[in-house]
Ligand binder design. Structure first.
Ligand code: NAP
Length: 336
């Protein structure tokens, strides 16, 4: 499959909302690998916005704002990248849509499915583009993976196992430990295998979750088993263990594997029923450029939703995560 070079997509003028960890990566990759530019940055603190412009070296003309309201009011900004904690996505997405901006919202899209549905309704009414920044889905190896599965090369796929385990900062004051900020392994890590499984197989008929919580009341780790008839998918997420982050898609006639960090740019390994292996070279530099190119292409075509990362997909994955939390007993403060 030919994957279009992100450099061939039209450019957009971006505003970055919330210049934290992941926004730095966005600022590094987007000017380098796309025709888009970052033209403004908004922080809750003007000094942090200015520092972001300096440290990322995105250019002297970038306008720093000491409020998100200032950023979304900038008439030169066409699209806003929302990179705040999960708990804030809903309010920040609304703010940007009300200001008439297209938005790319970091994963997990919102705290729950109800919030996601409201955002998509607002976008539809205003004819504005919205997409969850599930960047992996646009990477070349994900596209090739789906093609191999559909081709029947590994036979009928009967099981999928995706692991996302990282040893993250367990300071009780850190966002991942804080229920008010949508902390926990699920929304940061588990969303990757869940979203991939959902992309391949849709919603399961049954779901069974086991896991453990932190002393602060968010999910530390969980194993999510999902049945599709007699086929089984398992997503494992853990924020207190340095895992390999592998993916295995096992069919009646072979298997497809991504041995490490499956959701980042990688090669694929296909093993036939007789044990013969071939490596499919799909690794690319960067990674965030593909989602930005997709958004620019959709907008140029007059579309407000990407068919690759549709609104319905985001809502259904949020519904899955709502069910995972229900079974684990994780309730965020605003849901009480
Ligand atoms: N795609 C990926 O590979 C990837 C990787 C990591 C994280 N993420 C996602 O990106 C989002 C942000 O994660 P991150 O790791 O970049 O977080 P982070 O480093 O903590 O940065 C988040 C930023 O949000 C702003 N903010 C607004 N309201 C806040 C509040 N109430 N509490 C704390 N910060 C607040 C802060 O910036 P100002 O105060 O300066 O405005 C802060 O720097 C999450 O949704 C996460 O899941 C994606």
């Amino acid at each position: 499959m030919a994957i279009s070079d992100p450099m061939t997509a039209p450019g957009l003028r971006w505003g970055v909302l919330a210049p934290g960890g992941i926004a730095h990566r966005f600022a590094h990759e987007i000017p380098k690998f796309t025709r888009s530019q970052i033209v403004a940055v908004g922080s809750r603190d003007l000094g942090r916005a200015q520092k972001f412009v300096e440290t990322t070296q995105i250019g002297g003309g970038v306008r720093p704002y000491g409020s998100y309201e200032g950023l979304v009011a900038d008439p030169g900004v066409e699209a806003v990248y929302i990179a705040s904690p999960h708990s804030e996505h809903y309010a920040h997405a609304r703010l940007a849509l009300e200001a008439g901006k297209h938005i790319l919202v970091e994963k997990s899209f919102t705290l729950n499915a109800a919030q996601a549905q409201t955002i998509f309704m607002m976008a539809a009414q205003r004819r504005l583009f919205v997409m969850e920044a599930m960047w992996s889905r646009f990477l070349p190896h994900y596209q090739v993976l789906r093609e191999i599965v559909a081709s029947g090369e590994i036979g009928q796929v009967n099981s999928i196992v995706g692991v996302h385990a990282q040893s993250l900062n367990m300071d009780p004051h850190w966002r991942l430990m804080n229920p008010a900020l949508g902390g926990g392994a699920l929304l940061d890590l588990g969303v990757y295998p869940l979203s991939l499984i959902h992309w391949l197989w849709g919603l399961p008929q049954r779901i069974k979750v086991t896991g453990a919580l932190t002393s602060t009341g968010v999910d530390l780790r969980e194993s999510i088993s999902m049945w599709y008839g007699d086929r089984l998918a398992v997503a494992y997420a853990d924020m207190g263990a340095a895992g390999k982050n592998s993916l295995q898609i096992v069919g009646s006639n072979g298997r497809l594997e991504i041995p490490d960090w499956f959701y980042t740019p990688q090669n694929l390994v296909v093993t036939s029923g007789t044990g013969q292996q071939r490596v499919v070279a799909t690794r690319v530099e960067g990674g965030f450029q593909y989602q930005v190119a997709e958004m620019a292409r959709c907008l140029a075509a007059g579309m407000y939703e990407s068919p690759i990362m549709s609104w319905a997909h985001t809502v259904e994955v949020m519904q899955l995560m709502d069910e995972v939390r229900r079974q684990l007993g994780v309730v965020y403060p605003i849901e009480r």
